[in-house]
Design a protein around this ligand. Sequence first.
Ligand code: SF4
Length: 458
Amino acid sequence: MLLRHTPETLADRSALTVNPAKTCQPVGAMYAALGIHNCLPHSHGSQGCCAYHRSALTRHYKDPIMATTSSFTEGASVFGGQANLLEAINNIFTIYGPDIVAVHTTCLSEVIGDDLGQIINKAIADGKIPKGKRVIHTNTPSFKGSHVTGFANMTQSMVHYLAENTGKRTGQINIIPGFVEPSDMAEIKRISSLMGVKSILFPDTSEVVNGPLDGRFHMYPKGGATVDQIRSAGDSAFTVSLGSTASLSAAKLLDTKCGIRFKDLELPIGISATDAFVDALRKAAGVSVPDSIMVERGQVVDVLTDNHQYFYGKKVALVGDPDQLVSLTQFLTDMDMKILYVVTGTPAGAKFEESIRGFTGPETIIKHGLGADLFYFHQLVKNNKPDLIFGNTYAKYIARDEDITLIRIGFPIYDRVGHQYFPVVGYRGAMRMMEKILNALLDRQDRDAPEQNFELIM
Ligand code: SF4
């Protein structure tokens, strides 16, 4: 109801965010940490931050998310959190027995200026980290960046702490999947395996946050890349990183630290981006593309061709995370849809704008970082109404107020299921996206059709 008062007149804002189109860094760092097998994410800050980050992930995945906290109170806020973290590390290994603890900071510990590298070294010197166990960290100040930045930072930290170049190159290919769903990570592995590529994917949250219900509680579910696998990433032949915002920094560090060349690609959402991914794997591993993948591709092209008339010229507005937005823009323009707006609250850099512009005309409005919030997005929508909005659950208020259909994609999705289990990447994912879009358009057509045009057959 309140959103109905959003004015149509646009005003430049550089120091005020209203209804942000992002969430905070530790959410992404915690999610990335869950992609290491037997890992306990640890939040170095107050309990409220950790509770929020866990609940955001729990509501999105409908699975309990395990994480611990340094539980700052007034004392830690004044004197720093070293004592809290040292005690936490001791307690975590004693009580919960993970293989690895992945620590991220919060706004409070960042403002205090806690030096986590030094604290972890002290924990090692004091014998608080059992033999064979690891503690890694990343800095995730939430007054800059977003959940995507936090995810990127934790992924980079995995390389920093764990990847090793032993001098013996293996033929395996590293795949850094970006901030995507566990279903997407599983699909990326499936494609790689169908192609006969020996790969290691990290982080890998498949079968961690979308594990099966078997009647027993698993503190550490079956999935995730093991510490040994991530260590061996330093000996791989090549890295394919997916999504520049979430994965490029880790790929670059693997290159400088371990000398592994990489190819930076967009997320494989849509036919063209999946083609690029499959081709990169083919070249990196020296394999050929099997018929089974060509069949999947052909089926997507078939559905697109059969239904092109429904996609053609439809106006769409996109809000979400930068890596998804770039690939989605390419996919939708490939389908001859017209992109009106692309908005992300994540500061995404010039490359983001360049990439989007490469697929769209000058008429598309692109905004990221400061002032790129849901309030601004709503104002744009009021000025020129799209046929469809693509966004996360928060966009549903705008969609309802403006009577526009919402296609849910991205993070978070609190009010629907499916994203945990059905991918949007790869040719299978492209098929799923097309089905969602097509059904939404046809449902709308049926709803609005006068009696004489209400057809049985589309
Ligand atoms: S204080 Fe900072 S880290 Fe904690 S929930 Fe708020 S934005 Fe996130």
